[in-house]
Design a protein around this ligand. Structure first.
Ligand code: FCB
Length: 463
């Protein structure tokens, strides 16, 4: 059984589900432009309609209520609310989120709002994007406005979803929008995403003391493939860029020295200004953690590269450590090629509790893609996803028992959706979506999750 008050949620993001890209005065985002470029998205997929949540949000909220979710994590689309990323706001865009939030509240579902899940207004990219310092300021203004309009009914706020992905997949490997491959610019982007977080927290705190505000990071434990010095150095480097660069900044107000040294041939980081790290490291009410898998890495030349690589022609996001190989450690994998390892979640949570200032933690994303089949009897049977979520929830429980301040769990994702560069081919939903008809069907994992929530814990199964 989980503690009373444990948050049982599911998550989505605006770009992956809404569609309606030109509805009601929405501006253009970097993902709109990216999807139009040949070879960027598997199968040439795009999110013009996505799963039509913009029009179907009432039915989708009803589904959440049927599942018994106590919370729903969603993101707002910046170009829907502020089409150019600066200047005029679009009342119709804001109204959509007000309606969504009111609908959630009418069923007693707690709205958890993420301010940025990767859909930067194209106009801001044209002005330099995240490598430009001004984008952080623009984001703080945007955050302040959304917060002023919605904090009367939304208590839980997070700033930037997975800054690692925005910075290093967006500006180093080019797997994500805007698809640039500029290592030095990627570092500027990483810092400015952190700064955007810090400035937004400041702005929101000044407006409403009741808000619970956090940052959101994607963490992976990183294991050296062997005990060799080269592999251990590889693990230190990848852990540094993936985890510590963001955790140390947000929770300790400093960048790790060893990581700065790894990157010194790319940038002297002179764009970091006095006061930036104090703003970035200001105390948070909570930390949101997205967890999917573990990395096993090798620093030996020719170290095997795992199947979990990008689907499209892209470079390495691991700037300064391009020699590191990602090794398949032989665990079962999901349809993404990501190794299933719930012990990595335990390790991640313990590390946060042991090595960082204590802050309430939430798993804001966890889940798996599998090749779901819509059965002839109209059901979608996904035992692998049930097993994945069950194992990770057990781990959450063990972490809580061991004293980790973990207070909630959000499954990724509520519904199948547009999985970025992978398009619609990878299904993460608890709810199956027929992309032709937009019909929603609860998979067995959704029914299982609903039972778990109703019970307040895992129904004891023989181990
Ligand atoms: C995370 C993203 C989310 C989704 C999952 C599978 O990195 O935050 O949007 O794509 O991965």
């Amino acid at each position: 059984m989980f503690p009373t008050g444990f948050v049982w949620g599911a998550a989505t993001s605006a770009y992956q589900i809404e569609g309606g890209l030109s509805a009601d005065g929405r501006g253009t985002s970097i993902w709109d432009s990216f999807c139009r470029q040949e070879g960027r998205i598997v199968g040439g997929d795009h999110a013009e309609i996505a799963i039509d949540h913009y029009n179907r949000y009432r039915d989708d909220v009803k589904l959440m209520a049927d599942l018994g979710l106590t919370a729903y994590r969603f993101s707002v689309s910046w170009p829907r609310i502020q089409p150019e990323g600066l200047g005029a706001y679009n009342a119709k865009g804001l109204d959509f989120y007000k309606r969504l939030v009111d609908e959630l509240l009418s069923y007693g579902i707690d709205p958890w709002l993420t301010l940025y899940h990767w859909d930067l207004p194209q106009a801001l990219e044209d002005a330099g994007g995240w490598p430009a310092r001004d984008t952080s300021k623009r984001f703080a203004d945007f955050a302040a406005t959304v917060h002023a309009e919605l904090s009367d009914r939304v208590r839980n706020w997070s700033t930037v979803n997975e800054p690692w992905c925005s910075a290093f997949l967006g500006y180093a490997s080019g797997e994500h929008a805007p698809g640039r491959r500029e290592p030095a610019a990627a570092l500027r982007a990483a810092h400015h995403l952190n700064l955007a977080h810090g400035l937004a927290v400041q702005a929101m705190r000044a407006q409403n003391a009741d808000s619970q505000i956090g940052g959101c990071v994607n963490l992976y434990p990183v294991t050296p493939a062997t005990a060799s010095e080269a592999d251990q150095d590889a693990a230190r480097r990848i852990d540094g860029l993936q985890n510590r660069f963001f955790l140390d900044a947000l929770l300790k107000g400093a960048y790790p020295e060893d990581v700065l040294a790894d990157l010194s041939h790319i940038s002297d980081m002179s764009f970091i200004q006095d006061g930036d790290l104090a703003a970035i490291g200001a105390p948070l009410d909570m930390l949101l953690v997205n967890y999917y898998s573990r990395f096993t890495v090798s620093g030996a030349p020719g170290g095997a590269v795992s199947a979990a690589a990008a689907p499209t022609d892209s470079g390495s996001p691991w700037i300064g450590s391009e020699h590191v190989g990602f090794v398949n450690a032989g665990r079962p994998v999901t349809a993404m090629g990501w190794e299933v390892d719930d012990s990595g979640l335990y390790e991640t949570l313990r590390r946060l509790a042991d090595e960082y200032p204590r802050v309430p933690l939430y798993i804001s994303e966890n889940g798996a893609a599998y090749d779901d089949v819509f059965g002839e009897d109209g059901t979608v049977h996904d035992p692998d996803r049930v097993a994945y979520i069950e194992a990770h929830l057990r781990t959450c429980h063990a972490a809580i028992e061991s004293g980790v301040p973990l207070q909630g769990y959000f499954a990724w994702s509520l519904m199948d959706n547009f999985e970025w560069a992978w398009g619609y081919g990878k299904r993460f939903g608890l709810v199956y979506v027929d992309y032709e008809t937009q019909a929603r069907t609860l998979k067995s994992s959704a029914l299982w999750y609903a039972d778990t929530i109703r019970h307040g814990g895992l129904l004891g199964r023989a181990q």
